[in-house]
Design a protein around this ligand. Structure first.
Ligand code: 1HN
Length: 369
């Protein structure tokens, strides 16, 4: 939405539905400006387009470039109080330089050197991590150490204390997703430092949250489950991979289960409600067989995709890119998306769908517009 344009051009030209220019009209518009007012008749086209005209644009970031710059940051930039995280945000070129991948979603590459710690803090904003390569970092969420490994999807719901520590001799990079832009627009952000002492430095293979909650179809009796955010701190790749593999295998056996031919998908969900893992963010994993092309689809709300494995092409509106492991693509609201798999292609996706759905603003359209 462009609400920044000055009404100067309309002031000068008149036109349908517009008043005749002249000194009296100019004086009226100066009065509006002095009183911080904007008349609707100069803005209606941008405020009420027939269908969404997002300011965010389709864009692709190459993982190899991100990783090179993150490594260089690792050489030059310390991690500690103040900066808090060595995280480098994707800034959508349509959003005026703000560190926002879309109007609602933050996406960043975060990098931790061997044996390095990122300090403990908490914020109202909801966060997740997705690991496209590497291991060796534990994220400690409210004193529960959670291992991070390739393919894992990890949650840090809002207002939980969290810090990260790299226990290995290799650096590690991963994707952070947060609802920071949404919180920024809403004025809903809060932030607090945590204790200075290093959190629990044990390095268990499974977090306490997984030991309690990550048994398929079984929930602990007598434990009050979280309804706003999933109580599972980490969704492990072995489970995600098996779910996708079985969908495609069932399709081969002529049984239903896949989203569309050659395209399996799972949504990370809250075991207590069956709903999304976070109040503001939906996360999914998609698997396309080599040669599969998805139906073209557009929806209200924005999303970010990251290639987990394989090669393909992603078309967003009138842009098209080849994509490889780690590459990221933004899909603005109501812009059509088509994905084509050259090899087998695994893709992680997150979106603001829970916000749009709760406000009944969601719409989906299949096929080329
Ligand atoms: C944050 O706390 C993390 O916990 C990542 O890893 C990115 C961006 C802005 C503010 C806080 C993290 C962040 C962040």
């Amino acid at each position: 939405m462009t609400v920044h344009a000055s009404p100067v051009s309309l002031r000068a030209t008149g036109g349908p539905g517009q008043p005749e220019p002249g000194p009296a009209l100019s004086e009226l518009y100066r009065g509006f400006e002095r009183q911080s007012l904007v008349p609707l008749w100069t803005e209606i086209g941008d405020l009420m387009p027939p269908s969404p005209r997002p300011r965010a644009v389709p864009h692709r970031w190459c993982w190899s470039e991100l990783l090179g710059l993150a490594q260089r940051s690792g050489d030059l930039v310390p991690v500690g109080r103040g900066g808090e995280r060595r995280a480098i945000a994707l800034a959508n070129p349509g959003l005026g330089g703000a560190p926002f991948a879309t109007p609602t979603l933050w996406a960043a590459i975060q990098y931790l050197n061997p044996r390095e710690d990122a300090p403990v803090h908490r914020h109202a904003q909801n966060a997740f991590r997705f690991v496209v390569e590497g291991e060796g970092v534990w994220t400690v969420v409210d004193d529960d150490p959670v291992a991070m490994r390739r393919g894992d999807f990890l949650l840090t719901p809002g207002w939980r204390f969290h810090g990260h520590h790299n226990r290995s001799d290799a650096p590690m990079a991963w994707l952070d997703g947060l609802d920071i832009p949404f919180a920024h627009h809403m004025g809903s952000g809060f932030f607090e430092d945590g204790p200075e002492e290093v959190p629990d430095r044990s390095a268990p293979a499974r977090s306490r949250s997984e030991r309690l909650w990550s048994h398929p179809g079984l929930r602990p009796v007598g434990v009050t489950g979280e309804t706003r955010c999933s109580p599972i701190a980490a969704y492990r790749w072995e489970h995600t991979d098996a779910a996708l593999r079985e969908q495609l295998a069932l399709a081969d056996e002529g049984r239903p289960g896949v989203l569309e031919a050659g395209h399996a998908a799972v949504r990370f969900s809250n075991p207590v409600t069956g709903g999304d893992v976070l109040p503001t963010i939906r996360a999914e994993m998609h698997r396309l067989r080599a040669g599969t092309r998805t139906a073209t689809r557009r929806e209200v709300g924005s999303s970010v995709w990251q290639v987990f494995d394989g090669e393909g092409t992603v078309r967003v509106g009138d842009r098209e890119w080849p994509v490889h492991r780690g590459d990221l693509v933004t899909v603005p609201s109501w812009v059509p998306l088509t994905v084509t798999a050259v090899t087998g292609l695994d893709l992680f996706r997150f979106s603001d769908a829970p916000i749009l759905e709760r406000l009944h603003l969601d719409r989906v359209e299949l096929g080329n517009p």
